[in-house]
Design a protein around this ligand. Sequence first.
Ligand code: NDP
Length: 254
Amino acid sequence: MTDLSAFSLSGKKIIVTGANTGIGQGIALSVAKAGATVIGVGRSSMDETAASVAAVGGSFIPIACDLGDHKAAAAMLDAAWSEHGPVDGLVNNAGIIRRADAVDFTEEDWDDVMDINLKSLFFLTQALARKAIAAGREGRVVNIASMLSFQGGIRVASYTASKHGVLGVTRLLACEWAAKGINVNAIAPGYIVTNNTEALRNDPDRSTAILGRIPAGRWGEASDIGDAAVFLLAPASKYMHGAVVPVDGGWLAR
Ligand code: NDP
């Protein structure tokens, strides 16, 4: 018989960045339903997420932090560890996108995206690993990548570069830390219903083209990503290191 406790997060504390909205909110809810205390990190109000977690009987601790300030973010993680006890996992979800033709792409739009999507992901993960290794504890890291970790896309130069980078960092950290008991993996979401994709969904031509290419025939929900994150945070995935799991309705398989 399968031991279902291997899929539970009961008793664990999990940080989710960008937990106020979209995929991060979905991850927070799934992780809470699996039994963990969620520490939501973000710069906007997380009241809505706190309410949805409370509605399923879960625990949610909001921490205000602009992840663009890397030193402040690392200090935030240290403070959370001291105040709330050891952190078992980190989901690096926060991300931004800027759109422009490559010939017009500005240095600012390049730097802003790389700074949040890649640099802040690396240094926050480093902060967690330093604490875990010093305390002799295991840890889990789940990085939110993208289909544009594998494909080029159009008019999103810095986003594509950053999300390819997320895969590289995931694999490097997985190799460096596997023997230390820290699992680092990634999820590559497909087209998910969030504010980020609202314009696409409202454009009838593009929406039809996208849906026609998704084998599952529907847009993804934030909970689809949340449920995959639960697995990568749970004991059941203990032998997974450096994996990249597409959760895309079959988009990449096509
Ligand atoms: P949203 O734009 O809805 O949410 C992005 C989150 O990141 C928000 O919580 C936002 O906070 C947070 N964030 C951005 N910058 C900062 C910062 N400086 N400090 C703290 N938090 C910050 O995006 P999605 O939910 O759609 O996407 C979430 C992740 O999933 C991203 O990494 C994205 O690249 C990835 N993804 C999304 C796909 C989709 O179809 N939606 C597809 C593939 C990947 P705030 O609200 O305060 O700005």
